[in-house]
Design a protein around this ligand. Structure first.
Ligand SMILES: [Fe+2]
Length: 523
C-alpha cells in the first residue's frame, strides 16, 4: 500500500522517537466509530488487538491528541493523529503502534513524540513553501531572461523568421519543461510567402502530424485565448499526450497555433504526479511566441519588399556598367568577394564585412558617367582621357549620396584609387587617412584588374600579380591589407590549386550573395 509522502515521513519520525513500529492508519472522513476496522494490510498482525486499536483511534480522533488503549499487563496500543497531507486536508491519518511500558510512561512518551512530530511537520511545510517560492522566483527570472532574449533577437533581425522561431521554441521548451513545442500553421501560400513555416522542437518521438491530430481534436482557442488540458489521455500517432497548452497565432484570423505537449514536471512545486501539467503562465509564454510569429513574420515581409527595392536598384546600376564593357564582366562581384575575404581576415565584424562586399560591388558605379569613347577605348589613353576616367570615384560618390540606404559604401567608392604614399586620386590621401574600406578595395580591385584580360592586354598570372602586390606594400597599398589578401590566396591554393584561375572566377554578380548582405545590413 502506498501512503502520502508526509504520512510515511511522520510515521518514520515517530518510530524513531518511540523505538517501535508505527503504521499509518486512515480513518475515513465522517465514518461512524463502530464501522472503523483495522485495515486489511495489518489485519493478521493486529487481529488480536483490533478492539484496542479502535478504542485508541476513537479516543485520538475525539481529543485530537495521542491516545492510549491499555491491553494486558504493561502492553498498550496507541494512536497518534498525524498532521494533514498536502493533497487532502479532509483525510484523517493516524499512526498506530504498540508499547511495552507502563501506561503512565507510554502515555507521556507518545505525547512528547506527537508534539515533536507535529513541530517537525510544520518545519517541513515551511521548507516546502520556501522551496516553492525559490523555484517560482527562479522560473520568473528565467522567463524574464527568455523574454529579453526574444526581444533582442527581434531587434537584431539577423536571422530569418524561421530561424528565430525555431530558436524561440527550443529555448521556451527548456524553460517550461515540455516534451515538445510546435508551431502548427495552416498551409497557405500567403503564410509561406512571409517566411513562416510549421516546425516542432523537442523529444524526437513527436512530429507535426501529432500536433495536427491534437489540434483537430480539441476545442480551439479563439484570438487572445488559450486552452490548457491536464490529466488527459490522448493517443496521438507517436505517443500519449497527458497534458497540453495551445494558443492561436492570429493575424488577425488564426493562421495556426503554438502548442506545448506533455509537461515533464511541475517546476513550481514539490508536487505529486497528479499535479503534473501546464499552468496559465506557460500559456502566456506561448502567446509571446505566437505574437512574435504573427507580428514579425509580417513585418519581415515589408522588410523583404524594401530589400527587393534596394536589390533592384543595385542590379540596374551594375548591369548598366557591365553591359557597356564586356571585358569587365564579373569584375565588381570579384572585387567585392575578395574584399570581403580580406575584411574577414582583418577580424572586422560581419556587418563591416558585408558593407565592404557591397561597396566592392558598387565601387566603379561612377563609370556610368564616363563616355563610351573613353571607357571603351582600345588603345592607349591620352592624358586628358585619363583625367576623365579619374572622375569616376567622384561621380559614383554623387550617385550614391542620393541613395540614402547605400551611404555606407561612400568611403569605398570615393577613395578606392587612393595610394598610401599619397600619389593616388581624387584627394591624394596618405596612409591611414584613407578609410580602411577603401584601402581594402584598392587591393582587391588591383588584383582583379591584373589577373583579368583587357582589350589591350592579356591577363597576368596569379603569381606575378601576388609579386606586384607584395612589392607595392607601403607605397601603393596598405601592408596589413596586402598581408591579409595574400593569406586568403594561400588558404585558397591549399583548397584547390587553380581555384582562383581566371576561368573559374565568377563572371556575373552573385545576387544571392548581395541579398544576404542586404539582409545582414537590414537594408
Ligand atoms: Fe575604379
Amino acid at each position: 500500500m502506498i501512503f502520502p509522502a508526509s504520512v510515511s515521513r511522520q510515521c518514520d519520525d515517530l518510530a524513531q522517537l518511540l523505538g517501535t513500529a508505527c503504521l499509518p492508519y486512515l480513518r475515513s472522513p465522517g465514518a461512524p466509530a463502530r464501522e472503523i476496522s483495522v485495515q486489511s494490510t495489518y489485519e493478521a498482525a493486529w487481529q488480536s488487538d483490533a478492539q484496542f486499536v479502535l478504542e485508541a483511534i476513537n479516543s485520538a480522533a475525539a481529543s485530537k491528541q495521542a491516545a492510549l488503549a491499555e491491553a494486558t499487563g504493561n502492553r498498550s496500543v496507541f494512536a497518534i493523529p498525524l498532521s494533514s497531507t498536502e493533497n487532502n486536508k479532509r483525510e484523517h491519518w493516524f499512526a498506530i503502534g504498540r508499547m511495552n511500558e507502563s501506561p503512565n510512561v507510554s502515555g507521556r512518551l507518545i505525547h512528547i513524540a506527537h508534539e515533536a512530530t507535529r513541530r517537525q511537520h510544520q518545519i517541513d511545510v515551511q521548507e516546502i513553501a520556501i522551496l516553492n517560492a525559490e523555484t517560482e522566483m527562479e522560473r520568473s527570472y528565467n522567463e524574464r531572461v527568455w523574454l529579453r532574449q526574444l526581444n533582442a533577437q527581434r531587434a537584431i533581425r539577423k536571422k530569418t523568421v524561421g530561424q528565430q522561431s525555431r530558436q524561440s521554441i527550443e529555448s521556451l521548451r527548456k524553460l517550461i519543461d515540455a516534451e515538445a513545442i510546435a508551431i502548427y500553421l495552416y498551409s497557405d501560400t500567403e503564410v509561406e510567402g512571409h517566411g513562416l513555416e510549421s516546425m516542432i522542437s523537442g523529444k524526437q518521438v513527436w512530429t507535426l502530424d501529432d500536433a495536427r491530430i491534437l489540434i483537430q481534436r480539441i476545442q480551439k482557442p479563439r484570438c487572445g485565448e488559450s486552452v490548457i488540458l491536464n490529466g488527459i489521455e490522448q493517443q496521438l500517432h507517436n505517443g500519449i499526450c497527458h497534458s497540453c497548452a495551445i494558443v492561436p497565432i492570429s493575424e488577425p484570423e488564426p493562421i495556426g497555433y503554438v502548442l506545448a505537449i506533455n509537461r515533464r514536471k511541475h517546476s513550481s512545486s514539490v508536487a505529486s504526479k497528479s499535479e503534473i501539467g501546464f499552468v496559465s503562465s506557460d500559456a502566456e509564454l506561448l502567446h509571446e511566441v505566437a505574437g512574435y510569429i504573427a507580428a514579425d513574420g509580417y513585418s519581415n515581409a515589408s522588410l523583404l519588399e524594401s530589400e527587393q527595392l534596394v536589390l533592384g536598384t543595385l542590379r540596374a546600376m551594375s548591369n548598366a556598367i557591365e553591359a557597356r564593357d564586356p571585358y569587365t564582366h564579373g569584375h565588381s562581384e570579384r572585387v567585392g568577394s575578395v574584399a570581403y575575404q580580406i575584411a574577414l581576415r582583418l577580424n572586422l565584424s560581419e556587418v563591416a564585412c558585408q558593407e565592404i562586399y557591397l561597396a566592392g560591388v558598387l565601387h566603379d558605379i561612377g563609370k556610368i558617367g564616363i563616355p563610351d569613347h573613353v571607357l571603351l577605348k582600345a588603345g592607349k589613353l591620352e592624358p586628358e582621357e585619363f583625367d576623365i576616367i579619374r572622375k569616376h570615384p567622384e561621380i559614383g560618390h554623387r550617385i550614391l549620396e542620393e541613395l540614402g540606404k547605400l551611404k555606407f559604401a561612400l568611403p569605398g567608392v570615393l577613395y578606392h584609387h587612393e595610394r598610401v604614399d599619397g600619389t593616388g586620386y581624387p584627394h591624394n590621401l596618405v596612409g591611414d587617412e584613407i578609410p580602411l574600406m577603401a584601402r581594402i578595395l584598392a587591393v582587391s580591385d588591383a588584383y582583379d584588374a591584373m589577373t583579368s584580360s583587357r582589350v589591350y592586354r592579356n591577363a597576368m598570372g596569379q603569381q606575378r600579380a601576388i609579386e606586384i602586390l607584395s612589392n607595392g606594400m607601403r607605397t601603393q597599398w596598405d601592408a596589413e591589407v596586402v598581408t591579409a589578401c595574400l593569406q586568403y590566396f594561400s588558404e585558397l591554393s591549399l583548397e584547390a590549386e587553380d581555384a582562383y584561375h581566371e576561368f573559374a572566377r565568377p563572371k556575373t554578380t552573385d545576387w544571392r550573395q548581395v541579398s544576404q548582405a542586404l539582409r545582414v545590413l537590414q537594408l
